[in-house]
Structures are given as structure tokens and as C-alpha cells.
Design a protein around this ligand. Structure first.
Ligand SMILES: Cc1ncc(C[n+]2csc(CCOP(=O)(O)OP(=O)(O)O)c2C)c(N)n1
Ligand SMILES: [Mg+2]
Length: 631
């Protein structure tokens, strides 16, 4: 029997080969033409006369998403973005360090439930933001970082400030994109905005090379030689450059939707909520621990607060959930969390994870039933089966879960002696602090006493920002946030240096609030120069610097463990005078001048008059773990 191949006439091999070769060539040419944007250019024109620029497209998307502030430190690469934002009424606030710009954007994101935006220049501008971007990633804060870059043709060719920025930000951001054509600015930014807020929120990065941001006539001047080329190679290069330019700008100014895309937020299933309702309804000593994720949109803080009150279960509040129940709420337990967790028979971990803050889960009792809810599965199950085991692990939005849970448990009550037992422990700890406040200190002021007076003085609209070691750790025990979204700390990354940026973002979002920033003297060093920013932009905030002339939280362990205080010492620096040098108000509190209440009231008045204020408080040393004071 003849095979098919054998049956084919020998001469037909060459036409089929030719056909295949021609087909491949045509496909390659079409692919090339597509890559060069030739087909797109057939349908979409380049408006060579237009003076519009890509910065305007950026600003239009930001405005359509309700962005009110853009934090920056200027650079030629990003000037078009800044100028266009200013023109559209987005307030551009320039800081003295890029890291501050991103911290400020982070604060805006946390306080408004939207995306905070910072724009910085290529290369060192971007590398300067890394700590704040990482902090936002760990705090799950939706920040959009816009970065300048060398022009699309000069990347990897030794241009000024040019490095592989994408490689730098890919591990830090949940979405990274480099815009290659002006027409891609709008869709890329919309995708970045939605990514920042969907699922587990976090920072996103969009790189905008200079040639997608500047107007046609400027880019043309930079890209294409003014004189007509001579010789074949030069002509081919010029054709390539002209085509690259045309492809950059083809269809650039065509109208496109600029507004927000729908978010993708995971929700718990009704069956899971029902199972949790059943577990909790059988509890005798239930306990709730609420963490930062509980405060994320879409559930507003007030609705969450009502749900927590309806549940009627005693709760601990951490991270961004601090202040949710206001000051001195009967359900809010503040001290001895580990002991309470050991005694509880059902624990609801709502938006808090078993990391170092809960001793990796070891703080939970093996005999308690644990319900954990989180948007992020990996985070939710962190260290589970090693140190703890969830009865129900619910992947979904925390606030929505708590609201549905409260509806399911409506009418349920728990024995009041459980909450009373927990409150009793609180009262004991507070008594200990009262005694500490009266303990004489070896030198300077007693920090516990100072912080107690701060707690008494703060008005209801205060937003507290904390940045430091022991002094602010002690403040976390003594100073209570007045309501939801009135407390900002760095979060699990433990970053020193967040203070000025957070205060800047907070004051802009809530101009009527008093923003009080509590600093360690070490931490304050990072923020001092931003008092220049506060003065220039008329941002009146109050900084209280707990000046113990050292990096005490470190020294407190280093000296007994390793026998040296090396690198832990600072001086009793006149931070108030340094602030005055920058144009802010400066006040001193010391043993010789210890009119604490008067000086704090003076600071408030100065602040109301529009001045940023630094109060330099010379203090003895504290240990935040138990408020003990080094004498
Ligand atoms: C960016 C950064 N650098 C260093 C540290 C390590 N660190 C944690 S607490 C601390 C000491 C803080 O000193 P200060 O702000 O003066 O507060 P104090 O403990 O003295 O009250 C240091 C250096 C850190 N967490 N973050
Ligand atoms: Mg210190």
C-alpha cells in the first residue's frame, strides 16, 4: 500500500516550502509593523500642532478618582504632572524628602479610604521612597506612586537618573507598569487605582518616562535630528525615530473614560457567617480583637462601631482600629490583652493576624475556639497549625463580616461578669500608671506625668500620630484616640520617620482637626526638616518631642545584654530652637520650666493661629512595656 507521502508528487515539496517561508515572512513583517505601531497609526492620528501633554492625562485620571492632594519632591522628569495637577485644582504639596511624600500619601489613603498619591522623579527620587512604599505594603495602604523615568528610547543607554525601576518596585507593589505611549496613560492609571484598592489593598507603581509626559513639539526636538539625514543608515535611523515619535503620540488626545473601575472586594459566604454566629452564640467568654483591616472601605467607621456595640462583646483595638469606640467605652478593654486572650473561650480575630503582635499565635489558648477573618488568605493562616488553629478561617472583607455577624447575633447577650473581670484588670493597670506618674525621676520631667496631662488636654477632634520608641510606646498606654481614624502609627514594619509625612497627610484631610504628633527625639530627627514644609504650606500641627537624649528603646536592651551603649546616645538637643530656625514656633518643657498644661495650651493656641509648633520635652527614660521609669 502506498503511503500518502509516497503518493505526493516529488515536485510539490518546493511550492509548499515556499508557501511556508512566504507565510512566515509575511507574519514576521505584520508582527514588526504591529510592534512599530503602523496599524494603529493608520486609524489614529498624531496631532502635531497640539501643545497638550501626558501630564494632563495623568491629572485628569486623578481628578476623576477624587484625588485632592498630590505629594511630591520636584524633578524635571515629572514637572508636567505637577503643573497639570495644579491647573485642575489638585493641591500639590512639595516635601523636603521623597519618603515624606509617600508617608503623607499613605496617611491620606488610610484616613479617606481612597488612594493616596505621590509623584517623584526618576532614579534617586524613587529610591528615596522605598521605605515608605514598603511600609504601605505592610500596612496594606493603597498608595499610588508615580515615578519619572528616562525617555522610552534611552532606557538602558546610560541616561541621567536611569536605573531598572521596575525591578526595584515589583517586590514592593501589587501592580507595576511602565507606560510606553501617551494613549496608555489613562487605562494604566485606572488599572493601577483599582488594583491598589481591590483584594488586599497596597501600594502600586506607575512609571512615566519623560517622553510620554511632555508635549509633542518638545519630544520631537529631543528625539528627531533637526537636519535631514545623509546616507542610508542615517535615513533608516531617522525613519525609526520619527515612527517611534508618531507611535508615542498617535491617538494621544482621543477621549477615553477616566473614572474609577469597579473594585473587587472578597466577601465571606453566608454559610461561613452562619457558622460563626453559631460558635459565638454558644460562647461564655467571647472576645474580639479588631485590627487595621476592619477600617477599610466599604463599611464606614460609624457603621462598624454600631455593629461592634450591637455585638456587645468586649474588644481590643489595634492599628487603624484604635479609637473605633471613642474614649472610655465600656466594651473597650485596653490592658492585659494576653491574659484576656488566654481566658476567652471564643476569640474573633477581625483584621488582625498572628504575627509578632500576637506572639505568632502562641498567645492564643489551645482550648479557645478561634474565628479569624481577613481579606488575605496567606496572612490569615500565618503560623496556623504551628502555634494555633482556627475553628473558622473566613476570607473576606472584615467590616462587612462584622456587620453581618452582628445582624445574625442580634438580641444575644453575654454574662456581664466577663466584661467586668476584664475592666477590673484595666483599672489595676491604670492605677499602676497613676503611681508611676508620681514617682520622682532622677532628672528632667516624668514622662508618664507629662503624657497623662496630654491625655487630659486633647480635644475630641484630635488626630494622633506616633513615631518613636519608648516614649510613644508609653503614650500608647496613656493617650487615647478620641474616635475612629484618629490614630496613625507605622504599623507592623515599625518604621521610624513616619511622623511628619503622616501629620502632613492628616492635617490636609482633616483641616479642622488638631493634629498632635508624638515623637521620640531619635525619630524626630527624620521629620525636623519637614517643619519647613509645614511653614511653607501653612500646615499647623503640634509636635511633642519626648527628648530623653537617646535611642532608648534600643539602649534599654543593648546595655544589659551586650554591655555597651554604643550608637544609642543622643544629646538634649534644642529641637524647639531648630524648629524656630525653620520658621515654626518652638517651646521648651523642662524641670526648670515645667508648666506642662500652660505650655501645651500655648502650643494649641499657636497652632490655632496657623503656626506649626514643636514642644521639646526634656524627660527621664521610660520602659513602654510597663511604664517603669529609669531613675
Ligand atoms: C527606620 C528605623 N531605624 C531604626 C529603627 C530601630 N529602632 C526602633 S526603636 C528605636 C529607638 C527610638 O528612639 P527614640 O525615637 O528617641 O524613642 P525612645 O525609645 O528614646 O523613646 C530605634 C533606633 C527603626 N525601627 N526604624
Ligand atoms: Mg529617645
Amino acid at each position: 500500500m502506498e503511503t500518502l507521502t509516497a503518493a505526493a508528487p516529488a515536485g510539490s515539496f518546493f511550492p509548499s516550502f515556499l508557501l511556508l517561508a512566504c507565510g512566515t515572512l509575511v507574519a514576521a513583517l505584520l508582527g514588526c509593523a504591529h510592534r512599530l505601531g503602523l496599524f494603529y497609526q493608520l486609524m489614529h492620528k498624531v496631532d502635531k500642532a497640539s501643545i497638550q501633554h501626558g501630564g494632563e492625562n495623568v491629572a485628569a485620571v486623578l481628578r476623576a478618582h477624587g484625588v485632592r492632594f498630590l505629594f511630591t519632591l520636584v524633578g524635571g522628569h515629572i514637572s508636567p504632572i505637577l503643573v497639570a495637577c495644579e491647573k485642575l485644582g489638585i493641591r500639590v504639596v512639595d516635601t523636603r524628602h521623597e519618603v515624606t511624600a509617600v508617608f503623607a500619601a499613605d496617611a491620606v489613603a488610610r484616613l479617606t479610604g481612597t488612594v493616596g498619591v505621590a509623584a517623584v522623579t526618576a532614579g534617586p527620587g524613587l529610591t528615596n521612597t522605598v521605605t515608605a512604599v514598603k511600609n504601605a505594603q505592610i500596612a496594606q495602604s493603597p498608595v499610588l506612586l508615580l515615578g519619572g523615568a528616562a525617555s522610552t528610547l534611552l532606557q538602558n543607554r546610560g541616561a541621567l537618573q536611569a536605573i531598572d525601576q521596575m525591578a526595584l518596585f515589583r517586590p514592593l507593589c501589587k501592580f507595576c507598569a511602565s507606560v510606553r505611549r501617551v494613549r496608555d496613560i489613562v487605562p494604566t492609571l485606572r488599572a493601577a487605582m483599582v488594583a491598589a484598592q481591590s483584594g488586599t489593598p497596597g501600594p502600586v507603581f506607575v512609571e512615566l518616562p519623560v517622553d510620554v509626559l511632555y508635549p509633542y513639539f518638545i519630544v520631537q526636538k529631543e528625539m528627531v535630528p533637526a537636519k535631514p539625514p545623509k546616507g542610508l543608515v542615517a535615513r533608516m535611523v531617522t525613519w525609526y525615530l520619527e515612527n517611534h515619535l508618531a507611535n508615542l503620540f498617535a491617538g494621544a488626545w482621543e477621549p477615553r473614560p477616566e473614572g474609577p473601575l469597579p473594585l473587587d472586594i472578597p466577601q465571606a459566604s453566608p454559610q461561613q457567617v452562619q457558622r460563626c454566629v453559631e460558635i459565638l452564640s454558644r460562647a461564655k467568654r467571647p472576645l474580639v480583637v479588631l485590627g487595621s483591616q476592619a477600617l477599610l472601605p466599604p463599611i464606614p467607621a460609624d457603621r462598624l462601631r454600631t455593629a461592634v456595640e450591637t455585638l456587645g462583646i468586649p474588644c481590643f483595638l489595634g492599628g487603624m482600629a484604635r479609637g473605633l469606640l471613642g474614649r472610655n467605652h465600656p466594651l473597650h478593654i485596653r490592658q492585659n490583652r494576653s491574659a484576656a486572650l488566654k481566658k476567652a473561650d471564643v476569640v474573633l480575630l477581625a483584621g488582625i493576624v498572628c504575627d509578632f503582635r500576637l506572639s505568632y499565635g502562641r498567645v492564643l489558648s489551645r482550648s479557645s475556639k478561634i474565628i479569624i477573618v481577613n481579606r488575605n488568605r496567606k496572612e490569615m493562616l500565618m503560623n496556623s497549625d504551628m502555634f494555633w488553629k482556627p475553628q473558622e478561617a473566613v476570607q473576606g472583607d472584615v467590616g462587612s463580616f462584622v456587620v453581618t455577624l452582628a445582624e445574625g447575633l442580634k438580641g444575644q447577650t453575654w454574662a456581664s461578669d466577663w466584661a467586668e473581670e476584664l475592666r477590673q484588670a484595666d483599672r489595676q493597670k491604670e492605677q499602676t500608671f497613676r503611681e508611676k506618674a508620681l514617682t520622682p525621676v532622677g532628672q528632667h520631667l516624668n514622662p508618664v506625668r507629662v503624657l497623662q496631662l496630654v491625655e487630659e488636654i486633647l480635644p475630641d477632634n484630635t488626630i494622633l500620630v506616633v513615631d518613636g520608641g519608648d516614649f510613644v510606646g508609653t503614650a500608647a498606654h496613656l493617650v487615647q484616640p478620641r474616635g475612629p481614624l484618629r490614630w496613625l502609627d507605622p504599623g507592623a514594619f515599625g518604621t521610624l520617620g513616619v511622623g511628619a509625612g503622616f501629620a502632613l497627610g492628616a492635617k490636609l484631610c482633616r483641616p479642622d482637626a488638631e493634629v498632635w504628633c508624638l515623637f521620640g527625639d531619635g525619630a524626630f530627627g527624620y521629620s525636623l526638616i519637614e517643619f519647613d514644609t509645614f511653614v511653607r504650606h501653612k500646615i499647623p500641627v503640634i509636635a511633642l518631642v519626648g527628648n530623653d537624649a537617646g535611642w532608648t528603646q534600643i539602649s534599654r536592651e543593648q546595655v544589659p545584654c551586650l554591655g555597651s551603649n554604643v550608637a544609642c546616645g543622643l544629646a538634649y538637643t534644642d529641637y524647639h530652637k531648630a524648629a524656630m530656625g525653620l520658621g515654626a514656633q518652638g517651646l521648651l518643657l523642662s524641670r526648670e520650666k515645667d508648666q506642662v498644661v500652660e505650655v501645651l495650651r500655648d502650643a494649641q493656641q499657636q497652632c490655632r493661629d496657623g503656626h506649626p509648633v514643636v514642644v521639646n520635652i526634656l524627660i527621664g527614660r521610660t520602659d513602654f512595656r510597663d511604664g517603669s521609669i529609669a531613675v
